[in-house]
Design a protein around this ligand. Structure first.
Ligand code: AGP
Length: 606
């Protein structure tokens, strides 16, 4: 997830662009850059790292202009570096882009074969070559952008400048946000509302398939065929702080709602939906020699690891152990060169996880990772990384990072199973087809957020909760309890439901609500039994059940429904209502939801 901004008008474009990028820094901060029109020349300033570095660069080499584009990057293809920073400038055409170009390798080969020289590792650079070539053949910038977007597969919100048309900015969007701020003889265009508010509160939200041509105060919106489309402006009355959270009250709620996009971006580009093929760039572990898998992590990422065990052992039939990273390195683990270690970390900076990875490598294991932050320490420590494309996760409580970790584990297990032959083509296709339906199913659950909020009102005063689940959903019971305790400070414990009779049931009374995860799977009947036991002892039950399941819901005081899916994808869906429930209980408790007491987003100390 990156941030783009463009401006043309009477103000100093450099100030407007830097101000806009500042408001978009939450979308990524690996590198930043601007390209502005100086007369009929484009001048570029780019820097790696936080936006402040770019500001310093511009102070050293001042710029002023009335038209320009800017970008703040969350690296997905190509490490954070100045070379990979946007804007990309090619033969008098500058481009910034938010999104993922799935077919960029094919296009890059084609362009190289016809003499193109690439300066970066990014997918975006494709666009600057395609657009530059089209303008060199005589197309206008708008026509050149139109021809380029027809060549690419993937998602984009892009802005382009050309030295042939100073003062004109062309934008195009497909599945990535783009907003046009229409001012008095000035226009600003951006990924998100916060960046436009210093210029105007009159916003036009572009739709998928829209293109915009801006020259001075003239704004023309068309489709990709060049047909004019009408888009009415909206007056934005958000405060700047609200705007940064996309209108949500907290980053956590925004990130819960970003999960359909985050899960889509995580599998997009790794799977061929029609054939069910899964492919990973640069993966070269010899899976046939792997006798044992360890999955190592901390906190929520450890819950993802625990879920991964069920998936790997089912799809690959390879013994899979899960360890808390903080325990792994002190127990003299059985590791050899036939061990594959998968380390999971959203931040890639968790000290315990990094230390465990070093120990595993010292003992000769192959080590790969699942991470959300490119060029983080973990990505540098491991032989290969599956990057989840959740975008920056600001809230301390992990939500979209967790469901994208589950998505990554699922894809890895399918890829491993297909590679070593434990999954055939038919089965792989089924598994992938079910995965690509998940984002829409998450959206269905998000639609019930108000209903869950009303339910939270009946439970936020309780001082203790127990969460119970079985099988692959036992780790999700742990995760649901962690979500609640870390943001509401209410004591909550997750248990394997089968363990209730071995102790925890002694806790059940009318002061101890139980959240029961009861999707229709092989353990469903047993979960119904657990719910009966709780009710017999006057415990109240919040059940998470499948849509239409009146049997389980009739045994609960309250219930939340999730759409049906396969047993191995249920953890992704069942996590979402637990996140929403924890969020609303915490808001009712008045805690600092985004920065809960005593916690940090990344625990870089052991
Ligand atoms: C989860 O909501 C917490 N923020 C915490 O448990 C977190 O998952 C843990 O610290 C691991 O962080 P990492 O994924 O960045 O390694």
């Amino acid at each position: 997830m990156c941030g783009i901004v463009g401006y043309t008008g009477t103000r100093d474009a450099v100030d407007v662009l830097l101000g806009g990028l500042k408001k978009l820094e939450y979308r990524g901060y690996d590198s930043a850059g601007i390209a502005v029109m100086k007369g009929s020349d484009i001048e570029l300033r780019r820097s790696v790292g936080k936006l402040n570095n770019l500001t310093m660069e511009i102070l050293k080499r001042p710029l002023s202009a009335h038209t320009g584009i800017g970008h703040t990057r969350w690296a997905t293809h190509g490490r954070p570096s100045e070379q990979n920073a946007h804007p990309h400038l090619e033969g008098g055409v500058a481009v910034v882009h938010n999104g993922i170009i799935e077919n960029y390798l094919i296009l890059k080969d084609e362009l190289k074969a016809s003499g193109a020289e690439f300066k970066s590792e990014t997918d975006t650079e494709i666009l600057s070559h395609l657009i530059q070539r089209a303008t060199a053949e005589g197309m206008s910038l708008a026509e050149a952008v139109r021809s380029a977007v027809k060549r690419i597969k993937g998602t984009f919100a892009l802005l382009a400048l050309s030295e042939k048309e100073p003062g004109t900015i062309i934008g195009a969007r497909l599945e990535c946000p783009m907003i046009v701020g229409v001012g008095e003889n000035e226009t600003i265009i951006s990924s998100d509302i916060p960046a436009i508010l210093d210029v105007t509160r009159s916003a036009v939200f572009l739709h998928d398939g829209d293109m915009v041509s801006i020259t001075g105060g003239e704004v023309e919106i068309t489709d990709f065929e060049g047909n004019i489309v009408e888009r009415k402006p909206t007056n934005i009355n958000w405060s700047p702080v609200m705007a940064e959270k996309g209108g949500y009250r907290h980053f956590m709620l925004k990130e819960i709602n970003e999960q359909p996009r985050a899960v889509t971006d995580t599998f997009r580009g790794q799977v061929a939906e029609e054939t069910g093929e899964v492919f990973f760039d640069g993966f070269d572990v010899d899976l046939d020699s792997v006798q044992r898998i360890y999955i190592l992590a901390c906190g929520t990422s450890w819950h993802a690891a625990l879920t991964g065990k069920y998936i790997f052992e089912e799809f690959c039939r390879i013994p899979t152990e899960v360890d808390l990273a903080s325990e792994f390195r002190y127990r003299n683990p059985l590791v050899s060169d036939s061990t594959l270690v998968i380390a999971i970390s959203q931040s890639g900076e968790t000290a315990d996880t990094l230390a465990a990875v070093k120990e595993a490598k010292r003992k000769g294991a192959s080590v790969i990772s699942i991470c959300n932050v490119m060029e983080s320490s973990l990505t540098r420590e491991t032989d290969w990384t599956f990057m989840t494309h959740a975008g920056p996760e600001i809230g301390v409580a992990s939500t979209k990072a967790f469901t994208t970790q589950l998505t990554a584990l699922y894809l890895l297990a399918v890829f491993f199973g297909r590679t070593i032959g434990t999954l055939d083509e038919e089965r792989t296709k089924e598994l992938i087809h079910e995965l690509v339906k998940i984002p829409k199913k998450i959206e269905t659950i998000l639609d019930s957020a108000d209903y869950i909020e009303a339910m939270a009102r009946r439970y936020f005063h309780f001082r203790d909760f127990i969460y119970i689940g079985r099988g692959i959903n036992f780790p999700i019971a742990l995760e649901g309890a962690l979500k609640l305790k870390e943001i509401s400070y209410i004591h909550a414990e997750g248990y394997a439901a089968g363990e209730m009779k071995h102790g925890p049931i002694a806790l059940i009374d009318e002061e101890m609500p139980v959240v029961a995860l009861a999707p229709k799977d092989a353990t469903y009947a047993k979960m119904l039994g657990n719910m009966e036991e709780v009710h017999a002892r006057l415990g109240s039950i919040i059940a998470i059940v499948n849509e239409g399941d009146t049997e389980a819901s009739s045994r609960a005081d309250d219930f939340i429904t999730i759409p049906e899916t396969s047993v191995h994808l249920t953890p992704i869906l069942i996590s979402v209502p637990l996140q929403i429930l924890a969020y609303h209980i915490a808001v009712m408790k008045g805690t600092d939801v985004d920065q809960p007491r005593n916690l940090a987003k990344s625990v870089t100390v052991e």
